[in-house]
Write a protein that binds this ligand. Sequence first.
Ligand SMILES: Cc1ncc(COP(=O)(O)O)c(C=O)c1O
Length: 383
Amino acid sequence: MLPFRYNRNFSDFRVMQVPFFPLETILRPIRVELDQAISGVLDEGQFIMGEQVALFEMEFAKFVGAKYCVAVGSGLDALTISLKALGIGEGDEVLVPSHTCQATWLSVLRAGARPVGVSVNGFLIDHQHLEQSISGRTKAIMPVHLYGYPCEMDAVCSVASRYHLFVVEDFAQAHGATYKGRMAGSMGDAGGTSFYPTKNLGALGDGGAITTNSERVAAFARSYRNYGSVQKDVHLQVGVNSRLDTLQAAVLRVNLKHVAHRNKQRREIADVYFSRLSTTGDLVLPPRPMSPCEPVFHQFVIQTEWRNQLHDYLSKAGIGTAIHYPVPVYLQPAYAQLGYGRGSFASAEALGKTVLSLPVWPGMSLDQVQCVCDEVLRFFGTK
Ligand SMILES: Cc1ncc(COP(=O)(O)O)c(C=O)c1O
């Protein structure tokens, strides 16, 4: 049976518009700072590998608590280059969560290795299923701190060290998230992140970075991203062109100053969702933040059997939502070569049918958060 209010007529009352992620509105408070940073780069006239890139790398390494940061052209490249820097390639396997963004799996393929899916618990890689997925070819585990939630890194790292595997963190959705006081991106052999504009730390275009404590990994990445060059006209390896634009570095330096405050705003919004939506219909809320994990709510993802109907209902009410991710990567036609099929990971497939991301963005007003809660409650007939 459909929830009570599904067929409500929206034409007879006014509802507030709550966009899912209005970038222009979010950036408005720092627009002057951004304009200054951009015009500074225009004045300097150095658009590739300028000083801004080096400064951002230093500042981001410090923020993450890693010795080195190498800025690259995207999150996908950051993960691919991290794997390559660790010597992972042809014939190797890398364990990845079955529920994640496509780039996690694709980075392994692009490194020449094979992604091996692992069940998820909640929506993070299930460390209790890691051992059974390890084969003689396994070289690394790639935990993804999805939606801003840090994975159980002690458990992941302990399996990795028992089997002599590398750990490459995918922390594209977790800038500033901590596990036992350690930042996402600082706990593995390398970490790869994205600065896609909607990330907690976003650029105004594509960008990514590798963080690591290994001088060797950093040196490989620094050269590989720039045609394998170690110095002008000296190429010791075949590389790629994956440099972070100077303009994006300058923008990221501005955004980095605001990320902690913005993460705090995201947490405050999540608090309201937790307190108002906890006993609504069949809703499953994300885990409440609990020591030792401090998530940063890149997304606030609820689950309901009525996902599609709730999505339509909220859209008619002027509230934007999104689905991360409706189809597991291994069920996409492009990945058929890997040999997975329907039923391979029941937990990931169930998430694909039930997850819905509610709006959560810095600057979202309390009224807007309450409006989302009101409409979700109305949908289930509990308001
Ligand atoms: C978890 C995760 N990993 C990797 C990526 C890839 O980042 P990019 O889009 O910058 O290549 C993203 C971004 O969409 C992501 O969310």
